[in-house]
Structure formats: structure tokens, C-alpha cells
Design a protein around this ligand. Sequence first.
Ligand code: EPZ
Length: 421
Amino acid sequence: MDKIVIEGRARLKGRVRIHGAKNAALLVQCAALLTDAPSRLRHVPKLSDIGTMSRLLEYLGCGVEGDRTIAIDPAGVAAGPLEAPYDLVKTMRASVTVMGPLLARYGRCRVSLPGGCAIGARPIDQHLKGLEALGAKITLRHGYVDLKARRLKGGSFVFDTVTVGGTQNVMMAAALARGTSRLENVAREPEVMELATVLVKMGARISGAGTSVIEIEGVDALEGFDHAVVPDRIEAGTMAVAAAITRGDVLLEDAPVDHMHATIAKLEEAGVTCQVERDGMRVIGPDEIKPIDVSTRPYPGFATDMQAQIMVLTLCAQGQSLITETIFENRFMHVPELNRMGGDITVQGNSAVVRGPCKLSGAEVMATDLRASASLVLAGLVAEGKTEIRRVYHLDRGYEAIEKRLRKLGANVRRVRGGKA
Ligand code: EPZ
């Protein structure tokens, strides 16, 4: 199993291009199932999660080619299993978002229930309730959900809780339903807007994406798409923290600034300079970082996927910060590892009190989930001595060749292939 080794304390300098967004690309891959026509996705990040989704599409009967640009031909799906098997769903929960497209396009499908996850229970009850509101007949058996509907019907549904995946699943299904659907209390994330943009390109009639109410007038058939994925706001936010904590000066090319207002606001509150430029955003780290309080919220609030990274910024701050996680019930798995590096963090319920500045020292640490592993890389950049991060397969799910990109900016970081877990 690979590990990442970092010799800390380098100031990051230079420019780095932000890749396409993982959480947008995954859902656009699913949208290809809504039509028989071939589709093309460009500017795709080379990540293991994208590979998993491509394997699921192939399992369903699609022809899938390429990595930076992916060509998807769904011609074989009608004769395929119309099923998302446990082995793939357990690897990546986002696999459940093939449910809406398959049900809407083929009138039935079978999807493994995802089960628990390191950061929380993450049920899919809202996905199922939303599809039932469009007329789906649902049965749960042997760890799988069976869904049937000769043709979905337009309907109204109010989500009990704001869910990105639930909104995307039901929105895709409603695109091919007979009649109009009105979805309320939906997620407003840029990844929801990106999916709606692609669906409209395919011929769907959708309004309100980006607000808390989406209306969809169903159509009988959709076309294929040719689309370049929007840059990744979470990757850009992670790189911005890397520049900030190393007192660096980095230009984030193509950073989707319009999707990052909450992150930029917190960085600026901490004394970091975020300068919007023609081709991206320049981030300059201050000599002294100020403490901040952060509470994660659905978009446009502060992203839970930036919580672990901003925690490392507060470890470097002159004073006490409070970080509250309101989206997932178990998303402080990085805290014990950061404390092993010399952090002074106390978790109380869904809040963490961070007493900065902490003099971090390099250590052998274990990645537990995608964003937790990003926070360990960031901590390694400012720690004295050597940090070794194990189980970096978590990192590879959401960051493409992060060690090469940090090295290009002047960090002393490398990947060691193989070795013990
Ligand atoms: C998406 O997950 C992202 N994943 C996550 O990013 C991100 O953390 C999350 O949205 C929140 O922003 C992808 O886009 C592939 P949710 P998703 O449904 O859709 C509860 C990363 O690091 N809920 O919005 O699974 C749920 O338990 C990943 O890239 C229900 O109760 O998240 C959670 O507490 C991690 N019932 C909350 O809603 C449901 O039916 C938000 O979950 C669905 C969700």
C-alpha cells in the first residue's frame, strides 16, 4: 500500500491548475444513462472514484473509453443487468445515483443499499421517498432496493433534509417523467447546478437549480451530451489552505471562485489574502494567522468537505478556534491523528475546540477518509521533520497526483509505492 512522505516547512510558490470536480463528474457520468445516445465528458480528474463509476457503467452495459476525456455509449444498457452490485456500491456510495436514471429510462432497477460509512450513517431514505413521490414502487430485500415504475409521473416532494445526492437522483428521474415535478428544500450545491446544466443540454426542462426549489417538466427522450466538467471547488480550497499555512504565494489557475465564497470568507477572516485574477485566484499566506470559528452548512454555507482542511489552518492560528460539523455525525476522524502530530484539539459533541498555535512535528499517521487524509498532508507541510501518511488510497479518491503538484510548488513530498498498511 502506498504512503506519502513529507519533509515539512517549505513555503509554497508558483501556480497550479485546478482539475475538474470529482463530485460533479460522478453525477454527469450517471446522467449518460438517461439516453441511448453516446455522450462525452471532458476535463475529467483522474481519480479512483471516477474509475469506479466507469466500471459500474461498464457493468451496466455501457461502452466507456478514456480518462481525461470519457466517451460513454449506453447502447448496451437495455440488455444489461440494470443493477448496481454490492461490490461496487460498497466501494463508492455515489453509485446509488444510477438509481434515478435507470428507473426513469428503463422502468426498473436494483441497487445495493450502501451501508454505513466512516463519516456517518448516510442513509438514502430521502432518495427513495423522492422517487416514490414520482410513482416508483420500492421493495427492500437481501440488502438491495428494487425499484419499478412503467413510467414515472411528475409529482411534488419536499425533502426532510437537504441532500445533494438525493436532489440529484430525483432530479434526473423527474427529467423523463410524464408531467411536471416540483422539488422543495433541495440542495443548492454547484454540483447540483452542474448536473442541471448538463441535463438541459440533453434536452431536459429544468428551472430553479441553485435555489431551494427545482421544477422539472418531464420529456419523452433525452439526447447525449458533450460537456467539460467545472473545476473542483474543494481541491481549490485545499490548495488555498496549503498556500496559507506555509506563508506561500500560489496562483490557483481556474479556481471556481464563484463557488468558493464561504471558504474565501473564512480564509480572509484568518488574515489570508485571496486575490481574484484573470486566470484564477492568488493566495498569499500571512505571517500570522488569526483564529476563526467555522460551522459547516449546506451550500452556500461552509462546505463540510473543507472542514478537516480548515482545521489545520486553525492549528496554525494565534489563539483558540471553534469548528462545528453539522452535516455528518462522525467527521472528526482526523483529530486523533492531528493531535499525534502535536495538535491541541478537543472534541465535544459535534464541535472541536482548537488551541493554536501548535508546533506540529512529523509522525506516522493513518488516513481514515478522503478529506481527513487531505488534512494530514496539509499538517505534514507545516510539521517539523518527516510525516508518513498511510492508506493514501483514501486521498487518491479525490486528489489527482497531489504529491506531484505540491512538489511543483516547492514542497518536499513523495509517494512511496507498496509497503505495509
Ligand atoms: C455529497 O454526498 C458529496 N459526495 C460529499 O462529498 C459531501 O460531503 C456531501 O454531499 C455534503 O456536501 C458526492 O457528491 C459524491 P448528502 P451525499 O446526501 O450526496 C443525510 C467528498 O468528500 N441524508 O448531501 O452522500 C446524510 O446522512 C464527499 O467528496 C439523509 O439523512 O451527501 C448527511 O448527514 C464526502 N437521508 C446529510 O443528509 C438521505 O436520503 C447530507 O448528505 C440522504 C442524506
